[in-house]
Design a protein around this ligand. Structure first.
Ligand code: FES
Length: 76
């Protein structure tokens, strides 16, 4: 199983993770039905200055574009 955490701390949220979360929810529901993916929100991880951040199996990705997210998801 893959766990994706989207930082929903205020800094990451206003800098784009609101849209990232919506993108991930939509992409996963449409394209990854055969893979178990846990999509969670998480609190600030004290990496605000390099955010917005997401974590895939606890590896941090800083300000990923939708194209980068698509490539990461396709690899799952
Ligand atoms: S708000 Fe996301 S790392 Fe601080």
């Amino acid at each position: 199983m893959t766990t994706i955490k989207v930082c929903l701390g205020s800094s990451c949220y206003v800098r784009g993770n609101d849209k990232t979360l919506a993108f991930l929810e939509d992409y996963i529901s449409k394209n990854k039905k055969d893979v178990t993916i846990e999509l969670l929100g998480c609190r600030c991880s004290n990496a605000c200055q390099d955010g917005p951040s997401i974590f895939i199996n606890d590896k941090r990705y800083a300000h990923p574009s939708h194209e980068e997210l698509t490539n990461l998801l396709e690899g799952l």
